[in-house]
Design a protein around this ligand. Sequence first.
Ligand code: ATP
Length: 421
Amino acid sequence: MGDKEERVEEFQLEKEAELRFEVEAGSTVQLELVNGKAEVFGSELASGRKYTFNAGSKVAVFSWHGAQIKLSGRTEVAYISMETPMVVYLNAHVALEQMRQKSEKEETRGPRILIVGPSDVGKSTLCTLLLNYASRMGRAPMMVDLDVGQGQVSIPGTMGAYVVERPSDIEEGFTLSAPLVFHFGHTSPSKNLTLYNLLVSRMADVINMKCDSFKKVNHSGVIVNTGGWVRGSGYDSLKHAAGSFEVDVIAVMDQERLYTELKRDMPDFVKIILLPKSGGVVERNQTARSDARDAKVREYFYGSKNTLFPHTFEVKVADIKIYKIGAPNLPDSCLPLGMKPQDNKTKLVPLTPSTSLLHHVFSVSCADSTDDNVVETNIVGFIVFTEFNQDKQSFTVLSPSPHPLPKNILLQTDMQFMDIQ
Ligand code: ATP
């Protein structure tokens, strides 16, 4: 701590007020509910328990009926706001709940909602809120995150889905039991839109199968989060996602133009709603986004509180198959007869083992052989090559699980990880 004294502040929250704070770099903040009832992004605080938030966390503590909150530690900012869109968000939850009840009565599919909008408008936060409110009512909705830039499910460069059966842990987020994760490889859909759209369709198919076999999940519905690319081809990919998941509702956050465009382009049975952005959402610049991505990868190997210990071992080049997905665009005249340029974008391209592969994060595919459809197969986890031994023709890998690798088909991502403790 040095000369940094521990600061303790108490805040009295009126009914429907929100305490917003950011944790200072290099510090942590402890939050305690002293009196009343309050929630963090829809998850209720337990009275008297101390919750710890890491440096850089941006948190909102909202109270419907009033509460007293204690913060200990160093905050960048900490202020109370009476202006929040929480009532509007709650109404969205109530409308979804009514659709769930109707789906139970009529034995039909539950509500499917797509959340869209530019960057930094609180899309992921709204998803968390809706999932928490649903699970607090005993529902088990499916969360699908198509945001390959700042996804919540796994590391960046992937899209993922999981069922939410209980509210998120205030410090750790949702418990992800057996999430379904697909490898995309890049942190922006624009890097390979053909592959992105293919994976969105595949994800929708798998979710449909899951819904068909789990009644509770089916009636609870699906919440689909998207990235902030909403113009040009990004807009087309949002329409593609809406169609693939056969959504009933699209919630547009904070952008009237996007709302009007979707109203114009979507079939009438899709309800388009415009939701305001919370004044509390913190904008992130490129550096902050890139830092957040790196932190996600570190967290994968070491845990959010540095409590996990990855393993290091050797793998023989002969025992693994290394690919990336998508070859560079070729002029039409160079393509083999009958092949479309799009096919190139979803092709497995073998990579030569060398030092150039070091420090890249690789997805470990669930596929057993390249005869399977590797591109559309989910992944089991990630590894990083940390050393290459030319003479022994082997790599040293960093892996969350001990030797041996669970599967041997590895797919390269754009993400890099330097294991500096
Ligand atoms: P992106 O498009 O980059 O994924 P997003 O639209 O999903 O962004 P969020 O990730 O939901 O935006 O929010 C950005 C940040 O703002 C997060 O760190 C979140 O914790 C914080 N935040 C959201 N709502 C509030 C609030 N009411 N008060 C304080 N911080 C908030």
